[in-house]
Design a protein around this ligand. Structure first.
Ligand SMILES: NC(=O)c1ccc[n+]([C@@H]2O[C@H](COP(=O)([O-])OP(=O)(O)OC[C@H]3O[C@@H](n4cnc5c(N)ncnc54)[C@H](O)[C@@H]3O)[C@@H](O)[C@H]2O)c1
Length: 247
């Protein structure tokens, strides 16, 4: 990669983990293209990250729409000339019991979490292959590795992301592109603030490190994975779950 400002495309950047990742990548000097369906919130997050608007661009996109996915990649390359980093972070979580999941719910979760990751990785991977380098980081989940009776579609989509990670890593390795996955356990997000103190205490008791993780800790791991220092890792899954799953 040359000395030009590196460009990162981060999905699901309006809030939570995606916001923390976009903020860190921006702080590291990258130009961050922030893709999210929540237009207003994404704009205000981008303005907060970069009030000058020079290195953080909010882009509205519904990742379930294959044409919109193709457009965001094309427009980013047309406008900025390159994409060095792709972070597939956007997702919908759904805790419906496996007995109650409807086909519509299944399609919605799989299209958002897995199909969009596939389409974006393929479009951006092709560009990175021609460019001769790049980094792709896919945000999976502990749910892909554990067995719970709820959220079967969410878990399947996140496990599918681990398979995509290995396949894209193999295809792109000869071209200097690394592809890794990050699998967080429970994180301190607005959703967690809504749970009762009792549920929270029980959850914390099940985590060896004795606390819930933060989006910033996930962002720090992503910063390492996109760095030059992470030059000998690809196709890997990085667990970040306080020790809930050790292997
Ligand atoms: N929060 C946790 O405890 C936790 C744990 C493990 C893994 N994760 C993973 O981390 C990632 C981020 O989680 P979060 O808690 O920040 O989620 P969040 O719900 O707070 O944010 C998700 C973002 O994705 C966007 N999004 C959803 N559907 C979209 C679509 N169709 N098109 C474009 N944007 C869309 C939303 O607008 C939102 O801004 C997800 O991949 C999630 O599976 C989170």
């Amino acid at each position: 990669m040359n000395d030009a400002v590196k460009v990162a495309l981060v999905t699901g950047s309006a809030q939570g983990v995606g916001e923390a990742i976009a903020r860190r990548l921006h702080a590291e000097g990258l130009h961050v293209v922030m893709a999210d369906a929540a237009d207003e919130r994404n704009r205000s997050t981008a303005a907060d990250i970069d009030p000058s608007g020079s290195r953080a661009d909010p882009v509205v996109v519904d990742l379930r729409d294959e044409h919109a996915v193709a457009r965001v990649v094309e427009q980013t390359i047309d406008r900025l000339g390159r994409i060095d980093v792709l972070v597939n972070n956007a997702a919908v979580a759904n805790g419906t019991s496996l007995w109650d999941v409807t086909v519509d719910e299944w399609e919605n979760v799989l299209a958002t979490n897995l199909r969009a990751t596939f389409l974006l990785s393929r479009a951006v991977g092709e560009h990175m292959r021609e460019q001769g380098g790049g980094r792709i980081v896919n945000i999976s989940s502990l749910a892909a590795q554990a067995a719970r009776p709820s959220g079967v579609h969410y878990a399947a989509s996140k496990a599918g992301i681990l398979a995509l990670t290995r396949i894209f890593a193999t295809e792109l390795a000869p071209h200097g592109v690394t592809v890794n996955a990050v699998a967080p356990g429970t994180l301190e997000t607005p959703m967690m603030q809504a749970v009762s103190a009792e549920v929270r205490d029980r959850l914390i008791a099940s985590i060896p490190l004795g606390r819930i993780g933060s989006p910033e800790e996930v962002a720090a791991l992503v910063v390492f994975l996109i760095s030059e220092e992470a030059s000998f890792t690809t196709g890997a899954t990085y667990d970040i779950n306080g020790g809930v799953l050790m292997r």
